[in-house]
Design a protein around this ligand. Sequence first.
Ligand SMILES: [Mn+2]
Length: 295
Amino acid sequence: MAYDVLYLDAARDTLAPSSFLFCTMAIYAIGDIQGCARSLERLLALIRFDPSVDRLWCVGDLVNRGPDSLRVLRYLKQLGPSAQVVLGNHDLFLLAVAEGIVSLRSKDTIQDILAADDRTELIDWLKRQPLHHHEGAYFMVHAGLLPQWSVDDAGRLAREVERTLAGPESRTFLQALFHGNAPQWSASLTGYERLAAITRALTRLRTCTAEGALSGFSGSPNDAPYGHLPWFHMPNRRSSDHTILFGHWAALGLHIESNLLGLDSGCVWGRQLTAIRLNDRQVFQVEYADDRGRG
Ligand SMILES: [Mn+2]
């Protein structure tokens, strides 16, 4: 890839010759941050993340429940093209609160963003982030894909939502997502119900019923009701030809299979924040390092 060479050339001027061999672009995919800024900073130090060379992929739920959502959002925004994020359910919740569509609940910790001087810029940036990222053999999404969706299907459906969220009908869409009907996905859905069903699957899916519908279960896969399977173990899942990166399921924990990287290791619950270097699948983890109390 051409940009590999460019990065190497740029790095040659600044690094000692002994470091040169180690200086190739790395992509680190990291799990749900949820406002745990100190844990994020520790993890970035551990992997020696260098935004001039490396890329950081985030599976969404950047904010909420942790103590420092504002610091996390500002950091990721200023990374520019070095960061690739996809939106999670908590990120969409922040957008809905910012639009005055839903109210904060007692567990929410996004007040710092809502009160920030740069609130408008942060919210505008967040609205323009995608729900999916497809690059080569990888497909990143916050929660999962319905079994009948290929990655191309999911990408096309996600783009319908992304265009609306970034456009003038953003508020109407969020209203429908948080207050409208919640039908299961069907290809015959139209309008905002269609966009809401797509969004719910991409940002909330954990287990599917035998019929392939999203079920509400959120515990450990071992405790799932009879006949309910993790979305990624559904028979004949059409996205299995790509490596899917996802988060959202803290009770699942870090989950690695040849074509699956589940990255929510429960940082905001006091467990770990995880990064996987995609180049060689090296796993990096830090223990929860944020203050307790506000979450
Ligand atoms: Mn989530």
